[in-house]
Ligand binder design. Structure first.
Ligand SMILES: [Zn+2]
Ligand SMILES: [Zn+2]
Length: 294
């Protein structure tokens, strides 16, 4: 597993690669624009060039954009749904412009309309967006959620239903360890780790898993609350993280920290995670995984 963090884009996306390199990232995630706004100015040519050069120079791989938290592709309200579609279309175009291989998104919330209706709407919306941009190679990664409020995606069945429903090879998945635990999949010990990943494999397929969010949990098993904690300081503990960084099934897959504390803490956590990689593990030392770089 490649290890990194969701880094700041203060001053512009072009600053993200250096922010990642500074704290020892092998991979990074970023917002493509201010995540609290629906729309933003397009990138300048210079920004795009600086970003692309930055990725080359730093050697960062498997870079992921996280979509805006405002977006709800399954929104029952027409107005919110329309804004969400426009914003997601823009996220896809921004990934393409920057040459970023993955766009990671939270599936959506049903806001009282029911999970099934919501999942159907998300599927239809993604199909339409993907067919609009047939030449866009960006892979869309559905992230499993904690199931807070009316969010769908807390069951692996939901994630699988979205991927199968859309039926496009540009669809993949992202697994957040905190959300998984909050959604009552107990991956904290060895037996639970194996069971959880087997369940994911059954309903989604491990081959479709292209990124992880590495977060411990402030809240307990099955809390359905989305609260990240620093690695080893929460209810999950260190064991699943020690396994993930050595698991040959995830060689070359991005593992992104979204823990509290900011860059100085992430730097320590990256060093800790790297120290757990055993000699001979696929990404040990060289950081060279089995997957080709994009
Ligand atoms: Zn996450
Ligand atoms: Zn979260």
């Amino acid at each position: 597993m490649l290890i990194g963090a969701h880094v700041s884009t203060a001053g512009g996306v072009q600053n993200a690669p250096a922010n990642g390199q500074e704290i020892g990232c092998e991979t990074i995630a970023l917002f493509s624009k201010n995540q609290r706004q629906w729309l933003a100015k397009p990138y300048t040519e210079e920004q795009v060039e600086t970003f692309r050069d930055g990725i080359k120079e730093t050697g960062l791989r498997e870079v992921v954009v996280h979509d805006s938290y405002l977006i709800n592709l399954g929104a029952p309200k027409e107005e919110v749904w329309k804004k969400s579609v426009a914003a997601f279309r823009d996220e896809m175009l921004r990934c393409k412009a920057l040459g970023i291989p993955y766009l990671n998104f939270h599936p959506g919330a049903h806001v009282g309309e029911g999970e099934e209706v919501c999942i159907r709407k998300i599927v239809a919306t993604l199909q339409a967006l993907l067919s609009e941009q047939e030449d866009n190679p960006t892979m869309l990664l559905v992230e499993n959620t904690a199931g807070q409020g009316t969010n769908v995606g807390y069951r692996f069945e939901h994630v699988g239903a979205i991927l199968d429903g859309v039926g496009d090879e540009r669809m993949g998945a992202c697994l957040d360890t905190q959300h998984t635990f909050a959604a009552e999949y107990d991956l904290s010990d060895d037996e639970g780790y194996d069971k959880t990943l087997a369940a994911f494999d059954d309903h989604v397929g491990l081959g479709r898993l292209r990124a992880f969010h590495l977060n411990d949990s402030k809240t307990g098993l099955g809390s359905r609350v989305d609260r990240h904690e620093n690695i080893g300081e929460g209810a999950i503990g260190v064991r699943p993280f020690q396994r993930l960084v050595n698991d040959p099934r995830f060689a070359g897959v991005a593992g992104i920290l979204e823990t509290p504390g900011g860059p100085p803490v992430w730097q320590e956590e990256i060093a800790l995670l790297r120290s757990w990689r055993k000699e001979g593990a696929p990404d040990h030392e060289t950081g060279l995984g089995a997957r080709p770089a994009h």
